[in-house]
Design a binder for this molecule. Structure first.
Ligand code: ZN
Length: 241
């Protein structure tokens, strides 16, 4: 079981007062996690490398192992302007057991960054994208548009009208295979993930989790299945699909 700390949204680089406030939050939260007997602590969704390094320092001080992942927004660099591969290398060199990326980007736009990170660091790497159909034009789930969707009160599908932009389980299967081939060691999903997505990841890696007993067996579907009796009986329906 992992404990977790994440971006505070009050961190400012080169600001002693903000650093002090963030440090106190992290120390308090890490202590709660350690008191609860966690096996390790995740620091995640940091857009600032400085905040990630601060989180790492405090996790390591507690004696726990640290998984530290960055959230890379549209500009493709941390808020300080550091390329993700270089930022991950600095976290790895500072003692993180696992470094990588989570949130903000979907499978299509996180993979190119993961390739660079894999080349740059020696420690295991983590990938936890959001399960949304981000593109080269709309790199992040905050910037996704939905031409067929209605206006939202805040002008974007993010965060409450992303439903039609969600990846299918098959897209997540494909992402998982590609991530494995790159050399990603620690894999998962971030905001918007459903249990069927996570199960698809496990199955793509050759696992059979308990939830696999509920994976759809399409051979039993009354129209799309393989039962010859049903196929004959529902011939009209099949033609009308
Ligand atoms: Zn997220």
């Amino acid at each position: 079981m992992a404990g977790n700390i994440c971006n505070t949204n009050v961190y400012l680089p080169d600001d002693a007062a903000s650093e002090k406030a963030v440090r106190r939050m992290f120390e308090e939260q890490v202590q709660w996690a350690m008191d609860a007997g966690v096996d390790y602590i995740i620091g995640e969704t940091f857009a600032h490398l400085g905040e990630a390094l601060l989180a790492l320092e405090i996790i390591k001080k507690s004696g726990s192992a640290a998984v530290v992942t960055l959230a890379i927004h549209k500009k493709g660099v941390t808020r300080e302007g550091c390329p993700p591969a270089e930022a991950c290398k600095r976290l790895c060199d500072a003692g993180a057991e696992i470094v990588g990326l989570n949130c903000v980007r979907g499978p299509a736009t996180i993979l190119p960054l993961l390739r660079e990170i894999r080349k740059a660091v020696k420690c295991p790497i983590a990938a936890l994208p959001v399960p949304y159909r981000t593109t080269e034009v709309e790199l992040t789930f905050q910037s996704l548009s939905d031409p067929r969707g209605p206006e939202t009160p805040h002008g974007h599908p993010f965060p409450t009208a992303l439903d039609p932009l969600t990846c299918t389980r098959y897209e997540i299967t494909e992402f998982t295979r590609q991530a494995r081939d790159i050399g990603v060691d620690y894999i998962g999903l971030c905001c918007g993930a459903g249990p069927h997505h996570v199960r698809a990841m496990a199955e793509a890696l050759g696992r059979k989790p308990p939830a696999s007993r509920y994976s759809p067996d399409m051979s039993k579907h009354y129209i799309l299945g393989t039962d010859a009796h049903l196929l004959k009986k529902y011939q009209d329906f099949i033609e009308d699909l």
